[in-house]
Write a protein of this length. Structure first.
Length: 76
């Protein structure tokens, strides 16, 4: 294989790699596709074991109620 053919093959391979990288980047920046993937992961996680989700909801509730109580009954 000549030097010219080798360089042309390298360029072709680099173009294919760059196109693949652009496709991956486009997929990562597609908000609808990422939202769908996240929704599926969260749903599967909740269906697998809902206890941590309920603990998180309870903790968030305590934080919200505590913050409101602090704002209402605070010394200031």
């Amino acid at each position: 294989m000549s030097e010219r053919d080798r360089i042309a093959a390298e360029i072709t391979a680099k173009r294919a790699k760059l196109a693949s990288s652009f496709e991956e980047l486009e997929h990562k920046l597609d908000v609808d596709a990422q939202r769908k993937i996240l929704t599926e992961r969260v749903t599967a996680s909740y269906q697998g074991n809902p206890v941590p989700w309920w603990i998180g909801v309870g903790a968030l509730g305590v934080i919200v109620v505590s913050t409101i109580a602090w704002a209402v009954f605070g010394d200031e």
